[in-house]
Design a protein around this ligand. Structure first.
Ligand SMILES: NC(=O)c1ccc[n+]([C@@H]2O[C@H](COP(=O)([O-])OP(=O)(O)OC[C@H]3O[C@@H](n4cnc5c(N)ncnc54)[C@H](OP(=O)(O)O)[C@@H]3O)[C@@H](O)[C@H]2O)c1
Length: 350
């Protein structure tokens, strides 16, 4: 029996930075093969950047040329056809696309511009795939409702633990199970700083190591003060537990006040200090917290070489642990692929 030819899956990329470019590099190779195996032939018809121009071409943009242009500091405008693109929102409203791949930077306190872009795309019947935790933490319920009304998906596997399956795992592999709560290490900078102090470094030296390894930002305050973990914990609680918690409502403490003496004291009690994110049901509400905790040696959260660990507590399957080794751009680009495969499979079933 002959298989039907793959149907085009037209992608508009809002954001063409580290993740967007890695995704674009792999699309003509293994990612394209994975999608075609699901009956979808991916074609990028629109790209928006902040400082490197924007381009729309309904016939498909030449990805290798787009990558060369942006890497050389040039502009994508050279590849554009039609009236100029005024803004990211303008591109999302006009792009001849089936999916918006939203990869703009995180704004931890507002979730913008990602929320507005996602809303515009879902409103005109495009699926949305994002690695940005902002819209999941600030507007997941609203966006998921809008997607459902328009018969499309709002997917965000890359928002927490990069490409390690969390959201898709629960949706596809835990039918009927209810998530009662979770605990996890969701921020690799704080794990590395605390582990560095355990190995004898000062706070500052451990942080500098994490920055050299490309894990911590030049301005690491969001990580050290627990904001990054709080945004991720909200994304998890909102998506997995049906909560509607915002980062500002998270009971949050960071690790900035801790030093080697605290780490040594915990060691003396057979424990290590870690920044732990937690959520639990409290009646109809869901309480989310982030703070340093002494975690007993041997606990699954204390695992060498892990950039992230998450333990889900469920009703029908008890505890399930998810472990991520070194994570980063490659894993996040993979999350985009896995969400697109989910969309391609859904399209096929219909
Ligand atoms: N990097 C990772 O390992 C990782 C892991 C998990 C999740 N994420 C999330 O994935 C998303 C993308 O990350 P990234 O590392 O690719 O970021 P990035 O390298 O900073 O790229 C961001 C892209 O968005 C464009 N942009 C900036 N401001 C914009 C605006 N206001 N409106 C529209 N576009 C704008 C930038 O334009 P220019 O090209 O002109 O600068 C760039 O193309 C972020 O939300 C991040 O939190 C990243």
């Amino acid at each position: 029996m002959s298989r039907a030819a793959p149907r085009p899956l037209r992608l508009a990329l809002a954001g063409f930075g580290n993740v967007g470019r890695t995704f674009a590099e792999l699309l003509p190779g293994p990612y394209g093969r994975a999608l075609r195996a699901e009956g979808a032939a991916p074609v990028v018809t629109a790209i928006f950047t902040n400082r490197h121009g924007a381009a729309i071409d309904p016939r498909g943009l030449p990805l290798r040329r787009a990558l060369r242009l942006v890497r050389a500091g040039g502009s994508l405008d050279a590849l554009h056809r039609g009236p100029p693109v005024a803004s990211a929102l303008d591109l999302v409203r006009r792009a001849p696309a089936d999916v918006l791949v939203e990869l703009t930077p995180l704004a931890p306190t507002t979730g913008e511009p990602a929320i507005s872009l996602a809303r515009a795309a879902l409103g005109r019947g495009l699926h949305v795939v994002t690695a940005n935790k902002g819209p999941v933490a600030h507007a997941r319920a609203r966006l998921a409702r809008l997607a459902a009304r328009n018969g499309v998906r709002f997917l965000h596997e890359g928002a927490v633990l990069d490409g390690t399956p969390v959201f898709n795992l629960v949706e596809r592999c835990l039918p009927g199970a209810r998530i009662l709560g979770f605990r996890g290490l969701l921020n690799s900078t704080t794990t590395r700083v605390l582990a560095g102090m355990e190995a004898g470094a000062s706070f500052e030296a451990a942080l500098a190591d994490a920055q050299r390894a490309g894990v911590a930002e030049a301005d690491p305050r969001h990580d050290l003060e627990g904001w990054d973990a709080a945004v991720k914990a909200c994304a998890l609680a909102n998506a997995l537990m049906g909560a509607d918690v915002r980062p500002a409502a998270v009971e949050r403490r960071g690790i900035t006040g801790l030093g080697p003496e605290d780490v040594r004291a915990a060691r003396g009690r057979g424990a290590v200090l870690r920044l732990v994110a937690r959520a639990r049901r409290d009646g109809r509400a869901v309480r989310v917290s982030v703070g340093p905790e002494e975690v007993a040696d041997g606990d699954v959260l204390v695992s060498r070489g892990a950039d992230g660990v998450l333990v889900l507590e469920t009703d029908l399957m008890r505890e399930i642990g998810i472990w991520e080794g070194a994570g980063g751009v490659d894993q996040t680009a993979y999350a985009i692929l896995s969400d697109l495969v989910a969309i391609a499979r859904g399209r096929r079933r219909r």
